[in-house]
Ligand binder design. Structure first.
Ligand code: NAD
Ligand code: TYD
Length: 335
C-alpha cells in the first residue's frame, strides 16, 4: 500500500504520518508539502531516514508533479491547506490557490490515473455558526461558511463530492472539529496560550470569550481517518468531533489551571471579524458505522499537550520569533 499524503509537514498531517508509520509500518508514505510557514520538517525528524517514508517539497497546484506522484500511489490523503481563519481575514489569496485550485488539481490527477482512492480532510467550519440551542452539525447540515478559510474548504468539499457523482471517483470526506496536541502551530489558541504562559506573557482572548468550540485530541482524529480510509463507505462524508464543547473562557481557565497561572494573565482583545459563535459535532454516524469515538478526555489531552510543549521549547521558540510577532501586534490591538 502506497499513500500519498499532502500537507504531511503540518500539524495534523505530521501526526498522521507518525500514526501510519506506527500502526502500518509496511505501508509506503510519500509526503508532498510546500513547507509554507505552517510546514515544519522538525515534525518528521524521527522518520526521515525510514525507507518506507519519502518527503517531496512541492506545491499541490503543480500539475506535472502532482500527476506523477498520484500515478504512483494507491490512495491520496489530502491534508494540505491554508488553515488559519485570522490569516484568511487578512489575505485570502493563498486560501483560494491551495484549498480550491490545489484540491482540484489533485482530483484531476486522481481521475486521470485510473480513479485513485481519495480521502479529503475537511473541517466542521463549512457548516457555519450555531446558536446556543441549535442541534450539533451532522452530515446533512447545509453548508454556510462564513470566513474566507471555511468558504475555500467548502468549495473544496463540493469539488470532491462532484468528482464522485460525475466521474465515479472513489472519495470519502471527513469534517472534523477543532484539533489540539503536539506540533500545533502556536498561532492557534491552545498552543499560543500554553507557550505564552510558559514565557510569562498574557493570553489574548477575543471578544467576550464566550465563543464555543468542540475540541478533539489530534491522535483521535488520526484514528478516525484511519477507520475511514480502511472501512469507510465510498462517496460518504463522516463528521468527526470530540464531544467536548467549551467556551474559550472555560478553555483558557483550564490552561491557566494546568500551568498554575492566574486569571490576571487574560487580556481581552478586539474580536475577530465574523467570529463564528459556536461549533458542535454530532459524530453518531462514524460511531455507529465504523465504531469510532474519541478516546482521550480533554483534561488528559491538554495535560499531554502541555507536557509536549514543555519538553519541546526549541520547536516553538524557533517559530515564535520576528514575523509572527509583528503579524499579531499589527493586527490585534488591545481593547
Ligand atoms: P497546518 O496549517 O498545520 O498544515 C498545513 C500543511 O499544508 C503545512 O505543512 C503546509 O506547508 C502545507 N501546505 C500549504 N499549502 C500547500 C501547498 N500549496 N502545497 C503543498 N503543501 C501545502 O494545518 P492543519 O491544522 O494540520 O490542518 C490540516 C487539514 O485539516 C486542513 O485541510 C484543515 O482544513 C483540516 N482541519 C484542521 C483542523 C484543525 O483544528 N487544525 C480541524 C479540522 C480540519
Ligand atoms: P483558532 O485556534 O484560531 O481556531 P478556529 O478559529 O479555527 O476555531 O481559534 C479557536 C477559538 O479561539 C476561536 O473562537 C477564536 C479564539 N481565539 C482567541 O480568543 N484568541 C486567540 O489568540 C486565538 C488565536 C483564537
Amino acid at each position: 500500500m502506497k499513500l500519498l499524503i499532502t500537507g504531511g509537514a503540518g500539524f495534523i498531517g505530521s501526526n498522521f504520518v507518525h500514526h501510519v508509520n506506527k500502526n502500518y509500518p509496511e505501508y509506503d508514505i510519500v509526503n508532498l508539502d510546500l513547507l509554507t510557514y505552517a510546514g515544519n520538517l522538525e515534525n518528521l525528524k524521527s522518520i526521515e531516514k525510514n525507507p518506507h517514508y519519502k518527503f517531496i517539497k512541492g506545491d499541490i497546484c503543480n500539475k506535472k508533479l502532482v500527476n506523477d506522484l498520484v500515478k504512483d500511489c494507491h490512495i491520496v490523503i489530502h491534508f494540505a491547506a491554508e488553515s488559519h481563519v485570522d490569516r484568511s481575514i487578512l489575505d485570502s489569496a493563498a486560501f483560494i490557490h491551495t484549498n480550491i485550485v490545489g484540491t482540484h488539481n489533485l482530483l484531476e490527477a486522481a481521475k486521470n490515473n485510473g480513479n485513485k482512492r481519495f480521502h479529503h480532510v475537511s473541517t466542521d467550519e463549512v457548516y457555519g455558526s450555531l446558536g446556543p440551542d441549535d442541534p450539533a452539525f451532522h452530515e446533512s447540515t447545509p453548508y454556510d461558511p462564513r470566513s474566507p478559510y471555511s468558504a475555500s474548504k467548502a468549495a473544496s468539499d463540493h469539488l470532491v463530492r462532484s468528482y464522485y457523482h460525475t466521474h465515479n471517483l472513489p472519495i470519502t470526506i471527513s469534517n472534523c472539529s477543532n484539533n489540539y496536541g503536539p506540533h500545533h502551530f502556536p498561532e492557534k489558541i491552545i498552543p499560543l496560550f500554553i507557550t505564552n504562559l510558559i514565557e510569562g506573557k498574557k493570553v489574548p482572548l477575543y471578544g467576550d470569550g464566550l465563543n464555543i468550540r468542540d475540541w478533539l485530541y489530534v491522535e483521535d482524529h488520526c484514528h478516525a481517518i484511519d477507520k475511514i480510509i480502511h472501512h469507510g463507505k465510498i462517496g460518504e462524508t463522516y463528521c468527526v468531533g470530540g464531544g467536548c464543547e467549551l467556551t474559550n473562557k472555560e478553555l483558557t481557565y483550564k490552561i491557566l489551571n494546568q500551568l498554575g497561572s492566574g486569571e490576571e494573565m487574560i487580556e481581552f482583545v478586539t474580536d475577530r471579524p465574523g467570529h463564528d459563535r459556536r461549533y458542535a459535532i454530532d459524530f453518531s454516524k462514524i460511531k455507529t458505522e465504523l465504531g469510532w469515538k474519541p478516546s482521550v478526555t480533554f483534561d488528559e489531552g491538554l495535560a499531554k499537550t502541555i507536557q509536549w510543549y514543555r519538553e519541546n521549547e526549541n520547536w516553538w521558540k524557533n517559530i515564535k520569533s520576528g514575523e509572527y510577532q509583528k503579524y499579531y501586534s499589527q493586527n490585534y490591538g488591545k481593547r
